[in-house]
Design a protein around this ligand. Structure first.
Ligand SMILES: [Cu+2]
Length: 271
């Protein structure tokens, strides 16, 4: 009994620790790591899915019923009826009502996603053929994020999802993402955060997320952008405030946008 319990617990634990990326044979969504995604999942599971199942079962029942009840051997002389006002009004009105019932909560979620709360941190994601460039405009940080090839992967690094330079953000902070592209259309998408926005050259789209769990989250470019579209993943590492501060001080040196020395020369020169 203890053994079974142990196996059960380890399976549950194993799945929850891998919850931030797609799993083999997965059905449904990745686990939500933000309120936004929780809203989407509950809208899908509690409203859309029951409606879809009910409609499918009803239509299947009608088809089976018609096939049996009106088969040639039972019903050799078919009816010539072409119109029935009552039925026509019903099959127009009922789908309209169903759509309205679905639209109201769906607009609610959309508007909630559209309103950006007070921002703690702004980052900029730029899509290139075929990698992502990231910028922390307030921190003088800029870097590129390339996928790691399969042969260079280390243990526990997922294939096609691991990058060399991950985007690092603090946990429980509102992160605004400015999204654009440099060449063709791309899309910055992170399923666990419920985020997906097109990256359009010459235009800046914005979205936001607030990650509630520390961990590594994976997404992919979601707009067909050319031959290596499948090889420009998005990796976001959500860390604690302390870890973020530590990363920030390192990144400011490693990924400095304006060379620090140049600035100091300028300062010296102006003196
Ligand atoms: Cu793409």
């Amino acid at each position: 009994m203890k053994k079974i319990l142990f196996i059960l617990l380890t399976t549950i634990y194993a799945t929850s620790s891998l919850a931030d990326q797609p799993k083999q044979w997965q059905l449904g969504f990745q686990d939500a790591a933000s309120q936004s995604m929780r809203d989407i999942v509950s809208f899908h599971n509690n409203l859309l899915l029951p409606v879809i199942i009910a409609i499918s079962v009803f239509v299947l029942f009608l088809m089976i019923y018609t096939c049996i009840r009106f088969r040639a051997s039972k019903n050799p002389v078919p009816s010539k009826t072409t119109h029935n006002v009552a039925v026509e009004v019903l099959w127009t009105l009922i789908p309209c009502l169903i759509l309205i019932v679905m639209a109201v909560p769906s607009f609610k979620i959309l508007y909630k996603q559209d309103t950006i709360p007070k921002v703690d941190l702004t980052i900029k994601a730029v899509g290139y053929q075929w990698y992502w460039g990231y910028e922390y405009p307030d921190e003088n940080i800029i870097f590129e994020s390339y996928m790691i090839k399969e042969e260079d992967l280390k243990e526990n690094q997922p294939r096609l999802l691991t990058v060399d330079n991950e985007l690092v953000v603090p946990v429980n902070k509102v992160v605004k993402v400015l999204i654009t592209a440099n060449d063709v259309l791309h899309a910055w998408a992170l399923p666990s955060f419920g985020v997906k926005r097109d990256a359009v050259p010459g235009r800046i789209n914005e979205t936001w997320f607030k990650a509630e769990k520390v961990g590594t989250y994976y997404g992919q470019c979601s707009e067909l952008c050319g031959i290596q579209h499948a090889f420009m993943p998005i990796t976001v590492r959500v860390v604690t405030d302390e870890e973020y501060a530590e990363w920030l001080s390192e990144a400011k040196m490693k990924f400095a946008k304006e060379p620090i020395i140049k600035n100091e020369y300028k300062k010296l020169a102006s003196k």
